[in-house]
Design a protein around this ligand. Structure first.
Ligand code: SAM
Length: 328
């Protein structure tokens, strides 16, 4: 038994949002006053998340990314990681975090064999970082960055490219890959900010970002990546690390998608752009057996939309949720 859609894509990667809460208020993600968070009992419990992951792993999911909201704001998140690490069907457990709360947990994450940490950091300047995140935590995040860089954990930096805010730092971020074995990934900004379309000055899409970088360097080499990689990756010759671009909004990578998502309230999503297909939490709380869950997952994945444009068209309304609700 496996998860395969009608286009032949095999699903092996789950993105699980462990909470909808976040300690930052990034301006491209949510309004200054935050989003309407749900009541705690509406969130999946760790036991439910563990079960969902186990059942999916029996259907061939071997990679899990824990995200949110900010995963580390949920109490006992590290104990949950420990439980997940006992599932020997999982080859990779990854975490996406803003890093503000984790500098004391890095040894523990190494001990648990967490595969990679994606650290979100949109500016290398304290004041600008505070403007973007609406919180004064740059020093904590940078401290985490330095500790992660020295650790055995694979480190990827997520940089949302925001016209009028941090495009002047794109080259500084590429330069970080000169002496450090890290992967810097530039993400196209999406209008998922909890209030509908944002008036972006201009979308810095994949082409604009890569042309900007190519104008600066005489050679930019392509790096061969896994077919299902979310980013197209590059290296400046002789640099230790790499950089990549995630075409999150222009959606040119959907053909090789191997991902599904489950939000913090248990909504199953075949695609970042779909509106949610069914609520796994309710299904479990109504007494579903593992076999019933498997049957539902198999059926639902079969109908995964061909790409993010079709998913968006099918949902019938604009995507206006925050990424914190969707699960980044
Ligand atoms: N709190 C964690 C963090 O900051 O990494 C995990 C959740 S966050 C929603 C996951 C990723 O989504 C972050 O890298 C964030 O920058 C990105 N993100 C949030 N809103 C976005 C948007 N509107 N467009 C593009 N990326 C976005």
């Amino acid at each position: 038994m496996e998860l395969r859609d009608k286009f032949g894509r095999k699903i092996s990667y789950l993105r699980l949002a462990v909470t909808d809460r976040c300690n930052l208020r990034c301006q491209y993600c949510m309004p200054a006053h935050g989003i309407d968070i749900v009541d705690r009992k509406e969130l999946l419990s760790y036991k439910e998340m563990y079960r969902i992951t186990r059942v999916l792993s029996e259907l061939g999911v071997n990679k899990v990314r824990l995200t949110g909201g900010e995963p580390f704001v949920r109490k006992d998140f590290v104990s949950f990681l420990e439980s997940l690490s006992f599932n020997d069907k999982l080859d990779e457990i990854n975490i996406t975090t803003n890093g503000a709360l984790i500098s004391n947990y890095i040894d523990k994450l190494e001990a648990l064999n967490i595969n990679a940490i994606n650290l979100s950091i949109d500016s290398l300047h304290k004041e600008k970082f505070a403007t973007i995140t609406r919180r004064d935590v740059f020093e904590n995040v940078f401290d985490t960055f330095e500790k992660l860089e020295k650790s055995n954990l694979k480190l990827k930096l997520n940089v949302v490219v925001q016209s009028g805010f941090n495009t002047d730092e794109i080259i500084d971020f590429v330069e970080l890959s000169k002496d450090k074995d890290i992967a810097v990934r530039f993400i196209e900004e999406m209008p998922f900010n909890g209030k509908g379309q944002r008036d972006m000055e201009e979308l810095w899409d994949f082409n604009k970002i890569i042309n900007h970088i190519k104008n600066q360097y005489s050679t930019v080499e392509s790096v061969v990546s896994k077919k299902s990689s979310t980013s197209k990756n590059y290296r400046i010759p002789s640099y230790k690390g790499t950089f990549g671009i995630i075409p999150a909004f222009t959606r040119t990578i959907c053909n090789d998608c191997n991902r599904i998502r489950i939000t913090a309230t248990g909504m199953f999503k075949n695609c970042l752009f779909d509106g949610g297909v069914f609520n796994v939490r309710d299904f479990i709380r109504n007494g579903a057996s593992d076999d019933e869950l498997k049957e539902l997952f198999i059926k639902t994945v079969h109908h995964k939309p061909e790409n993010g444009f079709i998913a968006e068209a099918n949902r019938g309304n604009d995507v206006s949720e925050s990424m914190s609700t969707i699960g980044g």
